[in-house]
Write a protein that binds this ligand. Sequence first.
Ligand SMILES: [Zn+2]
Length: 56
Amino acid sequence: MHYEDVLALRKAWGDKPCDHPEFTDEYLFGSRTGDYVCTQCGKSFQHVPMNRYVKK
Ligand SMILES: [Zn+2]
């Protein structure tokens, strides 16, 4: 997910609780940042459970 979309997602989600059901790669300027983002709330993580990781 591109970083701009991550920011938009975070803004849209607000501070509601999220159980982070699914993560994907975070991209900035076309490159992976090495972080993962929750596809529901947009929060960034350095390490995620691989059974929740989806390539998008
Ligand atoms: Zn989340």
